[in-house]
Design a protein around this ligand. Structure first.
Ligand code: ATP
Ligand code: RIB
Length: 302
């Protein structure tokens, strides 16, 4: 069964420099290779899901420039329906300045550009795109008003909602109670909950109405908190060279699993496997694995 996934989110061109380490404030260091990669959390999660076999439609905005044209082209090459990606004449396409250190750890600064133009109007114009969706996937690189409207539209139509709250910002019960699967990393969970510990964050998020909480834990895998139970799903041990888009690989594969009818734990295992493969390769979208690769990887683990 191939599921239908709608992604409401960002598209960025990633400008990536590899460096031996991250610079201190005020410090200049010499880096290594520079490369551009298609990225943006929305587009990465759309590509991750498409490569896992889902039918994917994306709603988002780019500028009328070379980066925007390239991002739409590569998304379409992965079979994504890009007809609802709007070209905003007055804006530049979003970019992300990324530094990756020798251990594969990254820092990212995003200039959102056209992504900030994505409005509820765009969603209503593309309302037909919601009609046969099984799962909505969205993040916080788009205006909160639009993310909130996408979640409300999906919830009204019985479409399951996956929210990856990255980058973190305060969220209330109004949004959280409509989300079916909430997938922060550890730091985002604590930032959104406004707590100093993960334990306190879990309690607060549950109190705010989160039903299925999936906390990604980097090389530790993921913690599932749902139905009064906690389940730790360990990561697959790999040699990480670049963790950019690891979270996106997890979310895209997890959503594909849900759309195929998998349960929470099985979908999280699929997420861990896709994310493990992604961290062994450089770049955002170029690192995202095909379903065949994930199935082979999991086959070798049996
Ligand atoms: P990023 O911002 O780097 O895309 P994130 O902070 O959103 O990632 P993480 O929790 O770091 O998310 O990682 C997401 C998932 O990627 C993890 O749940 C795990 O499955 C996988 N992962 C990340 N790092 C590793 C690693 N070193 N080895 C194996 N799997 C990893
Ligand atoms: O999650 C990784 C993504 O975050 C990068 O591709 C970058 O564009 C930023 O949006």
């Amino acid at each position: 069964m191939n599921g239908n996934i709608i992604v409401v989110g960002s598209l960025n061109m990633d400008l990536v420099v590899n460096a031996p380490r991250h610079p201190q404030i005020g410090e200049t260091i010499l880096g290594g290779r520079f490369a551009t990669f298609p990225g943006g959390k929305g587009a990465n999660q759309a590509v991750a899901a498409a490569r896992m076999g889902a039918h994917v439609r994306m709603i988002g905005c780019v500028g009328e420039d070379g980066f925007g044209a390239e991002l739409c082209k590569v998304a379409a090459q992965d079979g994504i329906d890009t007809s609802h990606i709007s070209v905003e004449k007055a804006e530049a396409t979003g970019i992300a300045l990324i530094t990756v250190d020798a251990e594969g750890r990254n820092t990212i600064v995003v200039a959102s550009g056209a992504n900030l133009s994505l409005s509820p109007w765009h969603l209503h114009t593309a309302k037909a795109a919601f009609s046969d969706a099984d799962v909505l996937v969205t993040q916080l690189e788009s205006p909160l008003e639009t993310v909130s409207e996408a979640i409300a539209l999906a919830a009204q139509q019985g479409i399951r909602v996956v929210l990856n709250p990255a980058p973190a910002q305060p969220l209330g019960a109004e949004i959280l109670s409509k989300v079916d699967y909430f997938i922060p990393n550890e730091r985002e969970a604590m930032q959104i909950a406004g707590t100093d510990t993960l334990e306190a964050a879990i309690e607060k998020l549950l109190a705010l109405g989160v039903r299925n909480l999936i906390i990604t834990l980097g090389e530790q895998g993921a913690l599932l908190v749902a139905g009064g139970q906690r389940t730790h799903i360990p990561a697959y041990p790999v040699k990480a060279v670049d963790t950019v888009a690891a979270g996106d690989a997890f979310v895209g594969a997890f959503a594909t699993g849900l759309a195929e009818g998998l349960g929470l734990e099985a979908a999280a295992r699929l997420g861990n496997a896709a994310a493990a493969l992604s961290v062994t390769r450089p770049g955002a979208q170029p690192s995202l694995p095909l379903r065949r690769e994930v199935d082979e990887f999991l086959g070798d683990k049996k």
